[in-house]
Ligand binder design. Structure first.
Ligand code: MLC
Ligand code: AMP
Length: 507
C-alpha cells in the first residue's frame, strides 16, 4: 500500500509526482481567505485543516484509496473541504446535486458502486432514501477518526473526480478525471485567463458540473484567489455583489446573462448606474456551456461595458477553445485552442478537414482529456479515435483559425440553461408511466434557455399528474416544459420516430 507516513521525508521529485497540486499550492497561504459562503469566511489554513480531518476519518472508516465516494453537500466551504478530504484519502470525489430526487441519486449509488456516501445533515433523508445500505451513508458531522492517521500517497495518475453527464444512450455516464487531467485543465485556464491571487469570483453555478467545479471553484483555489460560493443563482444577489466593486471575475451560462439583462432592465436608473460602476472595475466576464446568442453578447456589452469572453468545453475534455483574454473576441465564435489542447475537424469518413469554413466533427486531444467512462469500456472505445476524443459537436474554422460551433450530430442531446439533457432518458422515464403509450422528446429553441424540452405523448396520462410523477424521478431541469397529447407520433416506414416532424407538432 502507498502511504505518505506522518514524518517521512520524500525527495522533491517524488513529492512532485505524488502531490495533489491544488492542495499543495494552498499550503503556505495560511490566513488568506479562500472561501466565503452563507456561513462565513474561511482561510486556506482552515480549508486544509478541515480537508485533513475529513480525509483521516475516511481512511479510518474505509481505508486508504476508498474508490468512488459520493458527496451530497451544498455549494460552500463544506463542499470543498469534503472534495479535498476525499482526494487526500485517495478517493474519487463524485458530487451529487442537492436538487436531484432520491431516485436519480440511487442510480449514482448503484452505478458507481460507492462504499461511502457523505452528506450534509440537512440532506439526511434524501441520502438515506437513495442509499438502502445504512453502512454506506454518513453525515459529515458524524465522520470521526484519529487525526494522526497516515494519509495515502496519491499519484497524479490516480482518479480524482467523476462527473455524471448525459449522453445519447439514456442514463448518465460517469466521466473519470485523474489528478493529472484536472491539474492540466487548471494550468490551461490559469494561463489563458491570467488567474491571479488578487482575483475574487462569485460562483452561482451548480456544483455537479465542470463549469462550477473546475472553471470557477478549482481555478480560484488553485490560484490562491478568493471564492464566494452561493447555493443557487439569484439575479438580485449577483447584481449586489457586482455593484460592490469587490469582484474581479464572473463566469456563467448564457441563460444567466439573459436573466441578468432582464433584471437590469427593471431597476431604477440610480441602481443601474451603481451596478455598472461596479462592473467597470471587474477584469473579465466569461460565458460558456451553451451557445451565447449574439443578441445577449451585444445587450450585455451595452449594460456592462464587457465583451463576454465565450469559450467552449465539455465534461469529457474540460475546456478546449476560448476567445482571447487580450485581443478581439468574435461574437458567435468560441475562439482558438487553449494551452495543452489540440483540436481537429473531421468529415464523416473521419478524414481531417484542413479547409476553412468546412464543417466537421470537433475532436480533441491532450492531457486535459478524460480517459474513460466509469465501467463502460465499449462506450469509451467508441468515443475515441486513437487519442482523439469525438465530441459529437459540429464546428467550422474561419480563415484565421477561429472556431464556431454549428450544432450537434445527435438531436437526442438537449442543452437547456447550460444543462446537457438526454431526450432518451426522459423518454424512458415517461414510458414507465402507465398512462403513456408512446412518447417523443425534442428540443425547442428558446431565447432564454437556449433550448427547452418538449414531450409529445400518446395515451391518457394527465399532464399535471405526469409532471408531478416525473419530478420524483428526474432532476428539475430535465422536466419537459411543453407537453402535447396526440393520437399518433410521426414515424418512418421502419417505425423510427421522425423527431423533426415531432418538433413541428409544437408549432
Ligand atoms: C428551470 N426552469 C426552466 C428550466 N430550468 N424552464 C425551462 N427550461 C429550463 N431548463 C424553470 C423552473 O421550472 C422554474 O419554473 C423557473 O424556471 C425557475 O427555476 P430555477 O431552477 O429556480 O431556475 P434558475 O435557478 O433561474 O436556474 C436557471 C439557471 C440554471 C440558468 C441558473 O439552469 C443553472 O444553474 N444552469 C447552469 C447549468 C450548468 O452549470 N451547466 C454546466 C454544464 S458543464 P417555475 O414555474 O417552477 O417557477 C458544461 C461544459 C462547459 O456544459 O462547457 O461548461
Ligand atoms: P456537458 O456535457 O454538460 O459538459 O456539455 C458540453 C456541451 O455543451 C458541448 O458538447 C457543447 O455541445 C456545449 N457547449 C459548451 N460550450 C459551448 C459554447 N460556447 N457554444 C456552443 N455549445 C457549447
Amino acid at each position: 500500500m502507498r502511504y505518505l507516513c506522518g514524518g517521512a521525508r520524500l525527495s522533491k521529485r517524488r513529492l512532485l509526482q505524488h502531490m495533489i497540486s491544488i492542495i499543495e499550492k494552498s499550503k503556505g497561504r495560511g490566513s488568506r481567505i479562500a472561501i466565503t459562503d452563507n456561513t462565513g469566511s474561511y482561510s486556506y489554513a482552515q480549508l486544509l485543516l478541515e480537508a485533513r480531518r475529513i480525509a483521516a476519518a475516511i481512511v479510518h472508516r474505509n481505508g486508504p484509496f476508498p474508490g468512488p465516494v459520493l458527496f451530497l453537500v451544498p455549494s460552500g466551504f463544506s463542499y470543498v473541504a469534503t472534495q479535498w478530504g476525499i482526494w487526500l484519502a485517495g478517493g474519487i470525489a463524485i458530487p451529487v446535486h442537492t436538487a436531484h430526487p432520491a431516485e436519480e441519486i440511487a442510480y449514482l449509488v448503484q452505478d458507481t458502486g460507492a462504499r461511502l456516501f457523505l452528506y450534509e445533515t440537512s440532506f439526511a433523508e434524501k441520502a438515506q432514501e437513495a442509499c438502502a445500505d445504512p453502512s454506506v451513508t454518513i453525515a459529515l458531522t458524524e465522520l470521526d477518526g484519529p487525526a494522526a492517521i497516515s494519509l495515502p500517497e496519491v499519484r497524479q495518475t490516480d482518479d480524482a473526480m467523476m462527473i455524471y453527464t448525459s449522453g445519447t444512450t439514456g442514463k448518465p455516464k460517469g466521466v473519470v478525471i485523474s489528478h493529472l487531467q484536472l491539474d492540466t485543465q487548471l494550468r490551461s485556464l490559469s494561463e489563458a485567463w491570467a488567474w491571479h491571487s488578487s482575483d475574487r469570483i462569485l460562483n452561482v453555478l451548480p456544483m455537479h458540473h465542470v463549469h462550477g467545479v473546475v472553471n470557477i471553484t478549482c481555478c480560484a483555489l488553485y490560484n490562491g484567489a478568493m471564492l464566494e460560493m452561493q447555493p443557487a443563482f439569484d439575479p438580485a444577489y449577483v447584481a449586489e455583489r457586482m455593484t460592490s466593486g469587490e469582484l474581479t471575475l464572473f463566469m456563467a451560462v448564457p441563460t444567466i446573462y439573459h436573466k441578468l439583462i432582464q433584471h437590469f432592465q427593471q431597476l431604477d436608473a440610480r441602481t443601474q448606474e451603481a451596478w455598472q460602476a461596479g462592473m467597470r472595475s471587474m477584469r473579465l466576464m466569461v460565458s460558456g456551456s451553451a451557445a451565447l446568442p449574439v443578441t445577449v453578447l451585444e445587450q450585455w456589452r451595452q449594460i456592462s461595458g464587457h465583451t463576454l469572453l465565450e469559450r467552449y468545453g465539455m465534461t469529457e475534455i474540460g475546456m478546449a477553445l476560448s476567445n482571447p483574454l487580450n485581443g478581439i473576441r468574435k461574437p458567435g465564435y468560441v475562439g482558438t485552442p487553449l494551452p495543452y489542447v489540440a483540436v481537429r475537424l473531421t468529415d464523416e469518413q473521419n478524414r481531417i478537414i484542413e479547409a476553412p469554413r468546412s464543417p466537421g466533427e470537433l475532436q480533441v486531444k491532450g492531457d486535459t482529456v478524460f480517459r474513460r467512462y466509469w465501467n463502460r469500456p465499449e462506450e469509451t472505445a467508441k468515443s475515441f479515435d486513437g487519442d482523439w476524443f469525438r465530441t459529437g459537436d459540429i464546428a467550422e474554422r474561419d480563415e484565421e483559425g477561429t472556431y464556431r460551433i454549428l450544432g450537434r450530430s445527435s438531436s437526442d442531446i438537449i442543452k437547456s440553461g447550460g444543462y446537457k439533457i438526454s431526450a432518451l432518458e426522459i423518454e424512458n422515464a415517461l414510458l414507465e408511466h402507465p398512462g403513456v403509450k408512446e412518447c417523443a422528446v425534442v428540443a425547442l429553441p428558446s431565447e432564454e434557455w437556449g433550448e427547452t424540452i418538449a414531450a409529445a405523448i400518446t395515451g391518457d396520462a394527465d399532464t399535471a399528474l405526469l409532471k408531478d410523477w416525473l419530478k420524483e424521478r428526474l432532476a428539475p431541469y430535465k422536466i419537459p416544459r411543453h407537453f402535447l397529447h396526440t393520437d399518433s407520433l410521426p414515424r418512418n416506414a421502419m417505425g423510427k420516430l421522425l423527431k423533426k416532424e415531432v418538433k413541428q407538432l409544437f408549432q
